[in-house]
Ligand binder design. Structure first.
Ligand code: ADP
Ligand code: MG
Length: 247
């Protein structure tokens, strides 16, 4: 990053437990506007839980705080506003199966932002064009490949013009030949200055696209740094062990 940008997301002492089992042990994290952060780590280390807390898909400890652009992420009337600012892309696309592709993308702007239908359609088609899939606009999701469906899911999240995009292993459910087309769309997005937090096992993507890589294990951030710092000169033994296993 050319200049130090202000913090868009501030996470302080994020603690999350399921009963007696603590999943996140007090995470502190600041994400700058325009920053692309990749979160890596073994299965069960709390990566999904961390990003699901950011738009409060998961509840967390009362003493923890998360702020997005000055808005506190807590239950209450502000939560809908927070969620409108946060786009989320899941492993399994989660498109609405009974709606055409373009309708999937139009839905939230019409419902939440009260965008008129003609305008919503026009914007949706632009976004579908941006993710290379406008020719499929009037098809149903089930007629599309996994890679195409995931690109629709990205367009749908972008339709709300979110301040930040969260991705939870967006390519893990895809056949290998479709991974590239989704990563290409994400790489383009990163290039346009969208703030992104990406949980991924795609180390090549993380190395190439991330401003910062965070390694998590056992519900803690073990190490964070530039891709070169994490991949070439990791400081922590746990990071080295993980990288040996996956690279
Ligand atoms: P990751 O995304 O890194 O694989 P998760 O955030 O999904 O890890 O999970 C972290 C830990 O929390 C795991 O040990 C998992 O078993 C546990 N966990 C996740 N969801 C629940 C739940 N609903 N109830 C109990 N434990 C859960
Ligand atoms: Mg996960």
């Amino acid at each position: 990053m050319a200049e130090k940008k202000r913090s868009l997301i501030t996470i302080r002492d994020l603690v999350k437990a399921y009963g007696d089992f603590t999943v996140l042990h007090g995470i502190d994290l600041d994400i700058a506007e325009g920053e692309v952060v990749c979160v890596v780590g073994p299965s069960g280390s709390g990566k999904s839980t961390l990003i699901r807390c950011i738009n409060r898909l998961e509840d967390f400890s009362e003493n923890s705080t998360i702020e997005i652009d000055g808005l506190t992420v807590q239950r209450g009337p502000e939560l809908a506003q927070v969620r409108a600012e946060v786009g989320m892309v899941f492993q399994n696309f989660n498109l609405f199966p009974h709606m055409s592709v373009v309708r999937n993308v139009m839905l939230a702007p019409m419902r939440v932002r009260k965008t008129p239908e003609t305008k919503a359609r026009e914007q949706a088609l632009k976004l579908l064009d941006r993710v290379g899939i406008v020719a499929q606009a009037d098809k149903y999701p089930s007629k599309l490949s996994g890679g195409q469906q995931q690109r629709v899911a990205i367009a749908r999240a972008l339709a709300m013009e979110p301040r930040v995009m969260l991705f939870d292993e967006p390519t893990s459910a895809l056949d290998p030949e479709m991974v590239g087309e989704v990563l290409d769309v994400m790489r383009d997005l990163a290039g346009t200055g969208v703030t992104m937090i990406v949980v991924t096992h795609e180390m090549g993507f993380a190395r190439q696209v991330a401003d910062r890589v965070i390694f998590m294990d056992g519900g803690r951030i073990i190490e964070a740094g530039t891709p070169a710092e994490i991949f070439d000169t990791p400081k922590e033994e746990r990071t080295r062990g993980f990288l040996r296993a996956v690279l």
